[in-house]
Design a protein around this ligand. Sequence first.
Ligand SMILES: *Cc1c(COP(=O)(O)O)cnc(C)c1O
Length: 393
Amino acid sequence: MTLDKRHWRIESRLAQIGSLEEPVTGAVSYPIYQATAFRHPKLGQSTGFDYSRTKNPTRKVLEDAIAELESGDAGFACSSGMAALQTIFALFGQGDHLLVSLDLYGGTYRLLERIMSRFGVTATYVDTNDLDALEAQAKPNTKAILIETPTNPLMMITDLKKVCGWARRKGMLSIVDNTLLTPFFQRPIELGADIVIHSATKYLGGHNDVLAGLIVTKGKELSEQMAFLHNSIGAVLNPQDSWLLMRGMKTLAIRMERHQYNATKIAEHLLAHPAVEAVYYPALPTHPGHEIQNMQSSGNTGIFSFRMKDARYIEPILRHIRLIAFAESLGGVESLMTYPAVQTHADIPEEIRRQVGVDDRLLRYSVGIEHAEDLIADLDRAIAAAQAEIEGV
Ligand SMILES: *Cc1c(COP(=O)(O)O)cnc(C)c1O
């Protein structure tokens, strides 16, 4: 019996990742094939697996799953999100130019400015939702646009249908970093993107315990090109972590729903807090990207940023939070809070950071799946303790 999984809703497809792929024993958890080499039946024949850098059975189940979840044609699992980005950037070379989201993940900025620049690839950082700005910055040698939506930490939203359509008319590839929403909430390829990239370290893994990156491509030629680069560069995900990532992805639907529920509750609470100046979260009707976000995604991520009225609150807040950990990263079941200006975004020059609003009063909160009231109590207590220290009340 062959099952056509495409008839299943995404919750069912997620929960069943790998569970139908092992025909010999019927194992519902797909085995870890800890092997680098595969025996050939005879000269000129292969089981389909030769050497694990090129293809590994455990990794392949993961790669097929993400390709299907993102409505793409091929998936590629890499050793980290940065490895995935490096593999994608290897599509470009001397003289090529990229348009890139202004409020960008710091590591991606560093990879472009400090490494890709040495290979003659240049980038211009622009508000990717502003077609006039894109038109003004596009050059004859612009090969692609790299979009984060929402951006991190300021949660700026790009209308993917509009911008991917524009890029296609210009002959550029559209690359979308879908880390923050995951295919559970947003599927960029369905909106016109050519390539989707994930730091699977975040929501897809979901437990702050596996470092991984995923690429999905649309179209035969691009998929073949990416397969060549993935194998040639070799920054591939190992079988153990491929399994761990699939294990995490099985619960993606319920985790994302809870992340969204908690984040919305806490963002609303902070919006009304007298010590807080602003809250950046697309689920809030006051957010400038709210409508586009609702149009192109079925839900909201579990991270948001907020700006305190006084920079002096930041240090004591980070010292007083208990349930929420002061730590980098995002997207796991445990709540983490970070200070972008000195951590995740430290590699972005101050001038660009200020331009987009990543200043010394901004905190980013990756809301976990703990009880929302416990998280609110932890935040309120930390803010009150910070105020007491600063104002001596
Ligand atoms: C974390 C992150 C990356 C980098 O991924 P790693 O898995 O840490 O290498 C890229 N893009 C975004 C949006 C991220 O949050």
